[in-house]
Design a protein around this ligand. Structure first.
Ligand code: SAH
Length: 212
């Protein structure tokens, strides 16, 4: 699909291929440019305050409506896929690109017995660890945040068959197209039978948007 768009500096690209060619280059130079692409992504977030407003790019007021919408969606999927969950099933989720743990704290921990968080920016993950510590957070019925992985998605392979839900929200745009595909291929092995991915992203009404 040929969709033109602007990057965050206002530079126009004819299509996504052209944007990627400039950002990560042709085959030969790819590795170095790719490393640079990921370095810039991380260093942007390293300069952002560890708060709800920070991880939502200044739109902290979106938190409530985001969680409400996600909760309705999750409830629908859970009752469809795991009708017996309330009885004895031990549900485990992975919160990818978790930032400060906003989604885990406001949503996932209420539905899953265990939640693992994956976040490459250490000051975000530290904030998540702190706010989800049992002494700071009342989780229902022994529900808990178990693992805090400080790695980026493109370098992560989950433990086989651990997760009922792998939640990926507002972070997948950091991955190059090939890493996007290989992440889902690798992460699939982390799902339990009947488990599923949730991918939540903003989409452009017209054109395309790049974070460069
Ligand atoms: N999902 C969280 C945070 C959104 S902000 C929420 O909705 O509250 C985007 C997050 O993606 C930041 O925490 C940022 O550090 C993380 N991120 C950036 N590059 C990433 C990568 N390569 N892999 C995984 N997460 C990444």
């Amino acid at each position: 699909m040929e969709v033109s768009g602007l990057d965050s500096d206002g530079k126009e690209f004819k299509n996504a291929e052209e944007m990627w060619r400039e950002q990560i280059g042709e085959d030969g130079e790819q590795q170095e440019k790719k490393t640079q692409w990921y370095r810039e992504g991380i260093s942007y977030w390293e300069g952002v305050e560890a708060s709800v407003d920070g991880v939502l790019g200044g739109f902290g007021n979106v938190n409530e409506v985001d969680i409400k919408g996600s909760e309705a969606f999750l409830q629908m999927l859970l009752s469809d896929r795991f009708p017996n969950a309330r009885n004895n099933q031990h549900l485990v989720a992975l919160d990818c690109g978790s930032g400060i743990g906003r989604i885990t704290k406001n949503l996932l921990i209420r539905y899953f017995n265990e939640v693992d968080l994956l976040e490459p920016v250490s000051h975000f993950l530290d904030a998540a660890r702190e706010s989800l510590a049992p002494e700071n957070h009342m989780a229902p019925d022994m529900h808990k945040a178990t693992n805090f992985f400080c790695v980026p998605l493109q370098d992560f392979t989950p433990e086989t068959g651990r997760y009922d839900v792998v939640w990926v929200q507002w972070c997948i745009g950091h991955l190059t197209d090939d890493d996007f595909v290989s992440f889902f291929k690798r992460a699939k092995v982390g799902l339990k039978p009947g488990g599923f991915f949730v991918l939540k992203e903003n989409i452009a009404r017209s054109g395309s948007e790049g974070i460069t």
